[in-house]
Write a protein that binds this ligand. Structure first.
Ligand SMILES: [Fe+2]
Length: 258
């Protein structure tokens, strides 16, 4: 059973996710019924648009308001909620002194999102330097980038370099083609965890239980347990016990692209 959601836009008034605390509560009730108990609240952060200090203040206000509503509801005490951020990749991350404020609370994990348009310049070097500073890199919804699906060896290199990869639950249960790609990457040890990336019930509902059923049916309960174990380890601030990625063989990447 998966009990961890590492990617969500449940915090109200922060971004294009929950527009108010009523929406947040609807999303949290669905997460609760799916068996989720630990959630990273990863509101969008783009270093080009905002200072970390401003983002942190906005997030603290939002988190406090949401907690007040939860305290007066049937969800009181149910969740371990962690303020966090979904950070738009930018080489300037390396120079930021307050990067700790963007980590999933209680950890050194940075959830980093790439552009859908193009390959992120210097990514291997930037990730290496961030890791050398003690950060753990979690790449957001890696299945969503056309440039990465075209050239999955990029993912192989990044994972071999120590980064972890997250996919969206919705991609697992709502698109057979995308799930086929995800499954092949999982089989090679290139995918580590799931997140709902939920925004609201219309645009992107939390589909963790639905995704869990698809994975259990096609890949077995062991894979479900592996995904959950990695998620729990990341939130516990431990180094996950992840599979070593498969070495590319002749024809390996063509196989992935089929
Ligand atoms: Fe997201």
């Amino acid at each position: 059973m998966i009990t961890v959601d590492l990617h969500s836009h449940i915090l109200p008034w922060m971004d294009d996710g929950a527009s108010d605390s009523d929406v947040s509560m609807t999303l949290l009730h669905k997460e609760a019924s799916d068996g989720i108990r630990q959630i990273a609240l990863t509101s969008h952060f783009n270093p080009i648009d905002e200072k970390v200090s401003e983002f942190r203040i906005r997030r603290a206000v939002s988190f406090r308001q949401l907690n007040k509503v939860i305290e007066n509801s049937d969800l009181k005490g149910l969740f371990d909620l962690r303020p966090a951020a979904e950070i738009r990749y930018n080489a300037s991350l390396l120079e930021m002194e307050d990067l700790d404020d963007l980590c999933i609370a209680g950890t050194k994990v940075l959830l980093i999102e790439f552009s859908t348009q193009h390959y992120p310049e210097f990514v291997q070097d930037i990730f290496y330097r961030l890791q050398a500073k003690g950060y753990t890199i979690l790449m957001a919804h890696v299945e969503r980038f056309p440039w990465l699906r075209e050239k999955p060896e990029i993912l192989y290199d990044l994972v071999c370099g120590g980064a972890y990869a997250q996919v969206n639950a919705e991609s697992v249960c709502k698109s057979k083609q995308t799930y086929s790609f995800i499954r092949k990457m999982m089989d090679c040890g290139l995918i580590h965890c799931l997140g709902t990336d939920t925004h609201n019930m219309e645009k992107r509902p939390p589909y963790m239980k639905e995704a869990e059923h698809v994975i259990a049916k096609n890949q077995g309960e062991d894979t479900v347990a592996y995904i959950n174990e990695i998620g729990q380890s990341l939130l516990a601030g431990k180094m996950p016990n992840a599979y070593i990625p498969s070495k590319p063989k002749k024809g390996f990447w063509d196989f992935l692209k089929k």
